[in-house]
Design a protein around this ligand. Structure first.
Ligand code: SF4
Length: 63
């Protein structure tokens, strides 16, 4: 599974990082940056929750 970010949609709410601190980090302005594009085994549910948490649909998972 991959966790993908459309940076043009990110508004820096930071909710994604709260859900998945091991998969996403925030830059100095609060915008998301994917730490692990390829989701580690066992983290799939976390990645889905992370993507679902974004109010701007900036994140998605892909098989
Ligand atoms: S929740 Fe969405 S808008 Fe907010 S920082 Fe994460 S990707 Fe960006």
């Amino acid at each position: 599974m991959k966790l993908l970010l459309d940076a043009t949609r990110c508004q820096g709410y930071g909710l994604c990082q709260e859900h998945a601190p091991d998969l996403v980090e925030l830059d100095e302005w609060g915008y998301a940056r994917i730490v692990a594009v390829t989701v580690p085994p066992g983290e799939e549910e976390t990645a889905r929750a992370c993507a679902a948490s974004c109010p701007n649909d900036a994140l998605r998972t892909e098989r």
